[in-house]
Write a protein that binds this ligand. Structure first.
Ligand code: SF4
Ligand code: MG
Length: 336
């Protein structure tokens, strides 16, 4: 399979008055052409910081990339200047957010907001860009697109705004779409429509997607592979089937506990796990999950767990995988 994006040992910190917050502490993942990778985890685990770093949207300072590479089509994005990055953003890689109002301009007509990217990145004149804007609104399923291009964001409902944001993001046919909690603010019916739309557009436009979510129903619906993040690191990654039906990490077990049968239990949210994640100003030297883990052993407090390769695609960082560790059965129901 062809890799579109390859992130290696990425570490991102924020310098604050209380000290260096190590939000992302060495993550490795890749996205193949045409596939969807879900990044899941509680808020503050580093999933949004990771995606915003790819797009160079974190404020620097106080943020900074400490180490690592982000290779996109052979170019290391961490090495690009702000100006070079501007020609990647919105053209090769686009992003959509939970709240469309944070990325839509309330004082500009929707059509104009779609046209901007087209005129900037694709050298279209006004007339061509407007035609394409109407075509995009039609593509994302907005009725009467000729009228809609002339309207402002406040004239759209929540679901329609989400569709408009997707139209803006996809106008230049990006190779990668990063969707950060794209359906969290929407009601269940609209959520399902937006996920269907993303899937449909992915097929049509042959793009890859990174979806950041805490909604396991969304993960099951749209993703090929999953990366589970905790305290700035990826603790387990694999195909959707591997992570849902053969999870190996106690944190993943906790996430899945409320969702015994994903095929019939859509729209389940992550249930909170007792305790709180560690302070990322002084992360623990051992396993970051140790303080909340029912299975913690002595070694867990002393050493960061090594990566164990379960299959070609399935990897986990947990001392329970060590040959000397006790045999612990997953408490999460298996099968589908
Ligand atoms: Fe629990 Fe130890 Fe595994 Fe961490 S390494 S998840 S503390 S068993
Ligand atoms: Mg977030």
């Amino acid at each position: 399979k062809d890799k579109l994006l390859d992130v290696k040992d990425l570490a991102v910190s924020f310098d604050t008055y209380s000290g260096e917050v190590q939000s992302v502490r060495g993550v490795n993942f890749h996205v193949n052409k045409g596939e969807t990778l879900a990044i899941v985890g509680e808020s503050g685990c580093g999933k949004s910081v990771t995606s915003q770093t790819i797009m160079r949207l974190i404020p620097m300072p106080p943020g900074r990339i400490k180490r690592g590479t982000i290779t996109f089509e052979g170019k290391d994005l961490t090495k690009l200047s702000d100006k070079q990055m501007e020609s990647v953003r919105g053209k090769d890689i686009s992003m959509i957010f939970q709240d469309p109002m944070t990325s839509l301009n309330p004082t500009m007509k929707i059509g104009k907001q779609i046209m901007e990217g087209l005129m900037k990145h694709q050298n279209m004149d006004k007339k061509q860009a407007k035609e394409k804007a109407i075509e995009m609104l039609k593509l994302v399923g907005l009725p009467t697109p000729e009228k809609r291009v002339e309207q402002y964001p406040h004239e759209f409902s929540g679901g329609m705004r989400q569709r408009a944001m997707i139209a803006i993001a996809l106008a230049c046919n990006p190779k990668l779409l990063i969707a950060d909690e794209p359906t969290t603010a929407l009601d269940v019916t609209i959520q399902a429509q937006i996920i269907d739309l993303m899937r449909e557009l992915q097929e049509k436009l042959h793009m890859s997607i990174i979806i950041i979510t805490h909604d396991l129903g969304v993960v099951a619906d749209i993703s090929d592979r999953v990366a589970v993040m905790y305290a700035g690191v990826i603790i387990e990654t694999g195909t959707v089937n591997e992570v849902f039906y053969n999870p190996k990490h106690p944190y993943t077990w906790g996430l899945l506990k409320s969702v015994p049968r994903l095929d019939i239990n859509k729209n389940e949210k992550l249930i909170p796990i007792n305790g709180t994640p560690p302070d990322l100003i002084a992360p623990p030297k051992g396993c970051p999950f140790a303080a909340r883990c029912d299975y913690a052993m002595g070694v867990c407090l002393e050493q960061h767990p090594e990566e164990t390769q379960i299959t070609d695609t399935h990897r986990v960082n947990c001392w329970l995988q060590h040959e000397l560790a006790p045999n612990v059965e997953s408490p999460v129901a298996k099968g589908g």
